[in-house]
Each structure stands twice: as structure tokens, then as C-alpha cells.
Design a protein around this ligand. Structure first.
Ligand SMILES: Cc1ncc(COP(=O)(O)O)c(C=O)c1O
Length: 352
């Protein structure tokens, strides 16, 4: 607390990211990073960009990256907005598109940055509870509102809605923006990007942090009708002209040029997830159906906070949220086969 703070600062409850430990050799399954590195082509592009050219500002519009993302998804560059991680894209979305007199609807259990942005930008919001299976029920959103944001698949549950269910939701709210945060879509969900051509109220957000293994570079994007994108550009250009540096732009382009690396690593994560789910179920865990690079699991007889602390003592990090309804769950990111095997062995010892 300081008397020099602007008044709003006192009211903020900032987001707390998962631990990024300084200790080596931990098995890190707590922040949904990809266990595999980025494509070698990305590393080559970064090396090539690391030159005297760094004295120059990057392209403020990241046009090469927008072109690349647009052609990958069969849309136009003016339907693409890019930012410094999807967190920054989300921040601009809350300010540009989600602040209305009527409340923004979002699930009570979802990405915990959403309420933080509501606090920062003064967005009036209303939580819509997940059902008793921890699922989003689209019919629960049939209510008067200013806008809707949903993560699909949802986090931290990992459960996905189908594209048809999302389309029904978008159709039911022609006068509201519906934002679908697809951070984890490549691990088993069905993207609704093709629907943006038909629905001017649909905005889809994705990130290169998860399935493209670039969490350390910070690249995210939104796609939607050019009018939605223009609103985002107005906010971005009132905040930071150059959110993506030269290295991030070059690496982001290269990431889309190596489809086989993307497919190989994504499929490996999915295969490991399936083995991990089977291993956890054998130990008696209830595991929610995951379409992501993490699983959300609870044990009927073992306290989740205790398990997380005991795993940490064994040099394995997983994420535990002290939040009503989910405080008996662990969110476990999918690591390599070896890391997940070590986790299952450690849990076996702990619950024996
Ligand atoms: C649902 C969801 N959306 C967005 C993000 C932000 O990703 P990034 O800022 O790395 O693009 C995350 C990160 O964990 C997430 O879980």
C-alpha cells in the first residue's frame, strides 16, 4: 500500500501465475507448458533475426505474422489481431469489447484471469455456474447480458464443448460479442475459427504458448470480423505500438511453417495424456474428460492441497487452486512419458 497509488490500484486482486521455480531438475507439471521444444525452424528463425536489425523497431502491425495466421486458417489478414501472449490480447478484448452496462457472462470456474481483467477495467460481470459434472451448459447463457466469454476447452476442467454447441450459443446472442478462448484447442477440441465468416459477433482467441511450444516468447492472437479487430487495434494503439518484437514475429511465422513438428508433438502430448488418465484412474482418481494438455483430477480419499505439497517435496510441481468447488482437484500438465510416469509412481507411494 502506498499513498502514491492511483485509487484503483488498492482495489485490484492481481492474477497469480503458477510457480516458475529457480531450482533445476524439478518435474514441472504446473503451468500447462509443452514438454517438447519448438520446431528447429523456429530456433533458426530466431538466430537469423538476432542481428544488427534489432536496433530498429519491429513492424507495429506484425503484418507477416498476421498474413501467416490468416493463410493457415483460410481467413483475411484484417480478420487477425496479434498481441504479446493471449493474456495481452484478452486484456484488450475486455477493454474494447466486453465492457457494457449489461453484465459480461463467464463460467464461475474458468481461467482465473477473467475476473482480474474485470477488476482492472471495471467490467460488470456475472458468473454462470458449471453444472454438477463441471461442464458448461450453453443453455445457462440464455439470459440478458452485455457479452459472453468462455474458454473452450475450459480451464482448469479441460472439458470441451462441440463446435455445434458454440455455434448455437453464438446464434442465440446476435447482439452480443461471444468470445471463445481456444488456448488449448489443438489438443482435442474443435476450433470455431471457420464460423467467424458467418457470425460478426464471434471472436476466437488462440495462443502459440501451448501447442506451438512458445510460452517463453509471448504470442497470442484473436480472429473475428474486421470491425471487432479494428476495435482491438484502437485499444492496442492507445497502449503499445510494438507488442511483438522482431524475434517473436519471425519465430511465430516459422512455427506455422513446420506443420509436421506441430502434429508430431501435439499427438505425443495426447498419447501421453491418455496413458496418464489411465494411470491416475488405476490409483482411484476421478479424472474429468480432458481435451487439453492437462488433466483435472481428484482422489476421493486424499486431500488435494496435501497431495500437491507432498509432490512438491518429491520435486514434482502440479497446480492446486484454493477455490470453492475445485479445492479437491489437482491440475496436472502433460509432460513427457517419463515425467508422467514419475508422477504416477510418486502418487502411488503417497496414497499407498
Ligand atoms: C484459458 C487460457 N487462456 C489464455 C491463457 C494465456 O496464454 P498466453 O498468455 O501464454 O498466450 C492461458 C494460459 O495458461 C489459459 O489457460
Amino acid at each position: 500500500m502506498s499513498r502514491f497509488w492511483s485509487p484503483i490500484v488498492q482495489t485490484l486482486t492481481p492474477y497469480v501465475p503458477g510457480e516458475q521455480p529457480k531450482i533445476a531438475n524439478l518435474i514441472k507439471l504446473n503451468t500447462n507448458e509443452n514438454p517438447y521444444g519448438p520446431s528447429p525452424r523456429v530456433l533458426e528463425a530466431i538466430a537469423a533475426e538476432s542481428s544488427d536489425a534489432l536496433r530498429l523497431y519491429p513492424d507495429p502491425n506484425s503484418d507477416r505474422l498476421k498474413q501467416t495466421i490468416a493463410s493457415y486458417h483460410g481467413i483475411a489478414p484484417n480478420e487477425v489481431f496479434v498481441g504479446n501472449g493471449s493474456d495481452e490480447v484478452l486484456a484488450h478484448v475486455f477493454m474494447a469489447l466486453l465492457k457494457h452496462d449489461k453484465p459480461l457472462l463467464h463460467p464461475d470456474i474458468s481461467y482465473s484471469f477473467y475476473p482480474v481483467y474485470c477488476g482492472l477495467y471495471g467490467v460488470n460481470s456475472k458468473l454462470v455456474p458449471l453444472d454438477d459434472q463441471m461442464r458448461i451448459n450453453p443453455a445457462d447463457y440464455d439470459q440478458d447480458c452485455g457479452a459472453i466469454i468462455i474458454a473452450n476447452p475450459n480451464a482448469p476442467t479441460g472439458i470441451a464443448l462441440t463446435a455445434a454447441e458454440i455455434e448455437t450459443l453464438v446464434q442465440a446472442h446476435p447482439d452480443q460479442v461471444v468470445v471463445i478462448d481456444e488456448a488449448y484447442i489443438d489438443f482435442g477440441g474443435e476450433t470455431v475459427i471457420p464460423l467467424i465468416k458467418r457470425y460478426p459477433n464471434l471472436l476466437v482467441i488462440q495462443t502459440l504458448s501451448k501447442s506451438r511450444s512458445l510460452a517463453g516468447l509471448r504470442i497470442g492472437f484473436a480472429v473475428g470480423h474486421p470491425a471487432l479487430i479494428e476495435g482491438l487495434e484502437r485499444v492496442k494503439n492507445s497502449f503499445n505500438s510494438y507488442p511483438l518484437d522482431r524475434i517473436a514475429i519471425a519465430a511465430g511465422v516459422a512455427a506455422y511453417e513446420d506443420e509436421s513438428h506441430f502434429q508430431r508433438t501435439t499427438q505425443a502430448v495426447i498419447a501421453t495424456r491418455n496413458n496418464l488418465v489411465a494411470g491416475l484412474k488405476l490409483l482411484g482418481f476421478d479424472v474429468l474428460p480432458s481435451a487439453t494438455n492437462f488433466v483435472f483430477a481428484r482422489h476421493p480419499r486424499h486431500d488435494a492441497a496435501r497431495l500437491a505439497a507432498d509432490l512438491r517435496a518429491k520435486a514434482i510441481l502440479v497446480r492446486h487452486f484454493k477455490q470453492a468447488r475445485i479445492d479437491q482437484y489437482l491440475r496436472i500438465s502433460i509432460g513427457t512419458d517419463e515425467q508422467c510416469e514419475a508422477l504416477v509412481n510418486a502418487l502411488q507411494e503417497l496414497i499407498a
